[in-house]
Design a protein around this ligand. Sequence first.
Ligand code: NAD
Length: 323
Amino acid sequence: MSVRVLRPLPEAHVVITGGAGFLGSHLCERFLAEGARVTAVDNLLTGSRDNIAHLLDEPRFTFVEHDVTRHLDIEGDVDAILHFASPASPIDYLRLPIQTLKVGALGTHNMLGLALAKGARFLIASTSEVYGDPQVHPQPETYWGHVNPIGPRGVYDEAKRFAEAITFAYHRSHGVDVRVARIFNTYGPRMRMEDGRAVPAFMNAAIDGVPLPIHGDGLQTRSLSYVDDMVDGFLALLTHDEVGPVNLGSPFEVTMLQLAEAVQDACGSHPGVELHPRPVDDPQVRRPDTTIARERLGWEATTPLAVGLARTAAWWREQREAA
Ligand SMILES: NC(=O)c1ccc[n+]([C@@H]2O[C@H](COP(=O)([O-])OP(=O)(O)OC[C@H]3O[C@@H](n4cnc5c(N)ncnc54)[C@H](O)[C@@H]3O)[C@@H](O)[C@H]2O)c1
């Protein structure tokens, strides 16, 4: 196979799986803005046509409704494949365990086969969940993780760990030019309102004026990045020599109680919080060591939480008013 040098984006054809999802739709928009031709592939399992409706008239944009666990043929040159297809929110992967394992395994295998056939660069959307409930804090890329393979969350964590393993196998055995992004929690417009993650759940509650649902004592931590920063990170990794894995996330860690406070401020509504039982294997802490992203890619998440949440809350209110 011949690996082509990634052409400048205005000449490139980029395939984005999961392109009708939250992150995928922002990626489609961004690559179009950079002048690239974009093919989004999605079976709409957890995504929506609404996320890409504003792109459908763009001549450089093509949408293919397809399940990437099945063979996919794309005509002509492909310069890069960004494999983002996968249920991503806990309520999705807990209700879709087999589909989650299949898209991480068979879907990644198929997309690597396409990358091999086309000589395309391949970027896999991996996750901080490969670290499981971490015993090292913050988590550097060298940490191998602490995952319960047979717990309910194992379907997602292990699918992504397999996806990383097969990506590196194609890199070593077939010379596929790969990039591995370990994405930490990201939020912003186009998250699904009912996707169960903390920001949507808190925003719905704050806007409804009912107490925000907190799991456990609310002292567990997460590090959240605004979607525009994350998309900058994907572009930086794709266009850089660094193979990865690279942690992409914010080093700014907040407890769930602090996040609940910040969401209430962003929504201008303070109904307080209500404690609920903690889900099985819910990680206690989560913060990336971002040294590699900062020093080698020159990337860091810069949008302050209050700014990102205010933008998200404005979008959220619009959507709810339109619904
Ligand atoms: N959002 C985050 O905070 C976050 C964090 C870590 C990793 N990630 C990863 O980023 C990617 C996108 O996440 P998201 O938050 O945008 O989720 P999302 O659910 O909004 O998007 C995922 C998309 O993949 C599509 N999809 C699922 N299975 C498919 C299949 N078999 N064939 C074709 N399309 C399929 C869905 O329909 C959806 O549009 C996922 O791979 C996820 O694991 C996201």
